[in-house]
Design a protein around this ligand. Structure first.
Ligand SMILES: [Zn+2]
Length: 312
């Protein structure tokens, strides 16, 4: 799932490309990706809209239009927006069927080629045709991504945005506030709390594992048992890791690709996430990276330098 650095990468790149462009036509083949509107109403509403700004809130992309409307894009598991050129690939019969199977072929073919031909970019279920001959495409293999058109003045009323905690890289967030927010959930495992978007927005599975590895904190330890000195270390690690990943164009260990269809590189620097069975790379640590589960989610940690300090 795209986390803060990946969504940040997409929003930053689209902000360079989209402002001033007008949507001329909308194509889609997966009605459920549109929230609160029928696909035909959605198509009609988007046609003629001119983009003024693209920005990010938590893990969501927001596209603002000149006429006071905003398109909210929740990318969920595998969704990503791309800016390029596509043409319909073969007859309608080759479009994905109702069950979503794409085995028989893909609906759209990239005209620009290159990174756009990466297989992760072929699950296009929505295309906005733009006034300059380019397209904004939404590729989403798992089809959990959702788009929602609303008045810009009402974006702060949408549940998914209203409940967001402070952004993980916001200048307004300091380590003292971070600590205070985490302590609200003192009986929950630290990793679960870090991933709760209502506490701090932007951290998901990858970055939680990585920041806990840096801070010597076991992912299952309850907040109340985390040594107090660790909160500042975790906070500093979160900022450093997020900024490093943004510099590297995000993490493409899974499906994430940027708006030009390209991979980010943060996956080459993982210390814990999906490193199960590998030797810990911390200086003079003899641990091995282990995998465990918290709730339904996996967690990766070093068996030696990330200890549960509770009795176990
Ligand atoms: Zn270690």
């Amino acid at each position: 799932m795209p986390e803060l650095p990946e969504v940040h990468t997409i929003a930053t790149q689209l902000q360079k490309e989209l402002p001033g462009k007008t949507i001329t036509e909308v194509w889609l083949d997966w009605p459920r990706q549109i929230r609160n509107q029928t696909p035909s109403a959605f198509k009609k509403a988007l046609g003629g809209k001119r983009v003024t700004k693209v920005h990010r809130q938590g893990k969501n992309v927001l596209i603002d239009f000149e006429d006071g409307y905003t398109l909210l894009v929740h990318m969920k598991m595998t969704g990503h927006l791309m800016y390029g050129k596509w043409k319909l690939n073969g007859p309608e019969a080759r479009l994905p069927n109702a069950s979503g199977s794409l085995a028989s072929g893909v609906a759209w073919k990239s005209v620009l080629g290159g990174a756009f031909d990466d297989p992760h970019n072929r699950f296009i279920h929505l295309i906005f045709k733009l006034s300059n001959g380019y397209d904004l495409a939404f590729s989403d293999m798992r089809k959990f991504g959702r788009l929602e058109l609303m008045k810009t003045s009402e974006t702060n009323k949408v549940a998914s945005l209203k409940k967001l905690g402070p952004d993980a890289i916001s200048k307004q967030l300091n380590w003292q506030t971070f600590e205070k927010l985490l302590l609200k959930r003192e009986n929950s495992p630290i990793k679960q709390v870090l991933m709760n978007q209502e506490i701090v927005a932007g951290v998901g599975n990858i970055y939680a594992d990585e920041m806990l590895w840096v801070a010597n904190v076991h992912p299952k330890i309850k907040i109340k048992d985390v040594p107090r000195a660790s909160f500042k270390i975790m906070f500093d690690a979160m900022r450093k890791i997020m900024h490093k990943s943004i510099e590297l164009g995000g993490d493409s260990a899974s499906d994430f690709r940027n708006v030009y269809g390209e991979k980010g590189a943060f996956q080459n620097f993982h210390k814990a996430y999906r490193q199960t069975g590998k030797k810990c790379t911390r200086k003079s640590c003899v641990g091995i990276i282990q995998r465990t589960t918290i709730g339904q989610r996996s967690a990766h940690f070093c068996s030696v330098h990330q200890k549960l300090t509770t009795d176990e």
